[in-house]
Design a protein around this ligand. Structure first.
Ligand code: ZN
Length: 246
């Protein structure tokens, strides 16, 4: 069987501006996310791409050879070229899986695919986050307990301006009282999309074993089930003989 081809995309900006972030993620957040996927999905081929690379590391050829793309961005969403966003959208519609992480809720690609503003309420106050599994039978929740906690995270709260998810896998509760739909699934065209909330850059979230488990499960869940190349064909010749008209 061909290995699952995963590309972990990272904006890779905070890591070079904030000493706290580079101390937590010396090789970049994308490297830590990729390590987690590699550790749990032994047979997968996992590579990384960043904003700074030509075409953000997401050429036509690279995307054509990608089964699942994960996306972390925050302060440089506007620097992502629309051409690359078009390309990623096309691949998702064909069947590529997309895992959008944390502040990726405001990325061009997430807003494009969901068609809403994707706004939310937020606060940075080192709060405890408890993620509740609301669908224990879902493949993305495999291997988890009823809930797990992150000792310190940024708070994201409702309202989260997304279309109603096709499936809800997690809901988060925060120390300050807010709740948030923190694990959401959609399908767009032939592609599966999963949004996973945790992952603020100043916390060691992508080293957490439960977070790594969720991302690896999501990558497996989102792998393409066949490919749909949209061509809008004109079926000039009908399958059955048409009755004479007029
Ligand atoms: Zn954040």
């Amino acid at each position: 069987m061909n290995p699952l081809r995963v590309v972990v995309w990272g904006e890779n900006v905070h890591e070079h501006k904030n000493a706290k972030v580079s101390a937590l993620y010396p090789r970049g957040m994308h490297a830590a996310i990729a390590d987690g996927v590699r550790e749990l999905l032994r047979g997968a081929s996992v590579t990384t791409a960043t904003l700074q690379e030509p075409e953000h590391g997401l050429t036509e050829e690279r995307l054509a050879a990608t089964d699942v793309l994960t996306w972390w961005g925050h302060m440089a969403h506007d620097q992502v070229s629309d051409k690359v966003v078009d390309r990623v959208q096309k691949r998702v519609l064909e069947g590529m899986g997309l895992i959008v992480l944390h502040s990726g809720h405001y990325s061009k690609i997430f807003k494009r695919l969901l068609g809403t503003t994707c706004s939310l309420t937020w606060r940075e106050a080192d709060e405890r986050e408890r993620l509740w599994v609301c669908n224990p039978g879902h493949p993305i929740a495999r291997g988890l307990d009823r809930h797990f906690e992150l000792p310190q995270e940024e708070m994201y709260g409702e309202p989260f301006a997304i279309p109603a998810p096709d499936e809800q896998v997690f809901i988060s509760w925060f120390e300050g009282g807010e709740v948030f739909r923190s694990g959401c699934c959609w399908q767009r065209g032939n592609g599966k999309i999963f949004y996973f909330r945790p992952g603020h850059e100043t916390y060691p979230t992508y080293h957490d074993k439960n977070v790594r488990r969720v991302i690896a499960n999501a990558v497996e869940w989102a792998q393409p089930q066949g490919v749909w190349v949209d061509s809008c064909p004109n079926a000039k010749i009908p399958l059955e003989k048409l009755a004479p008209k007029g």
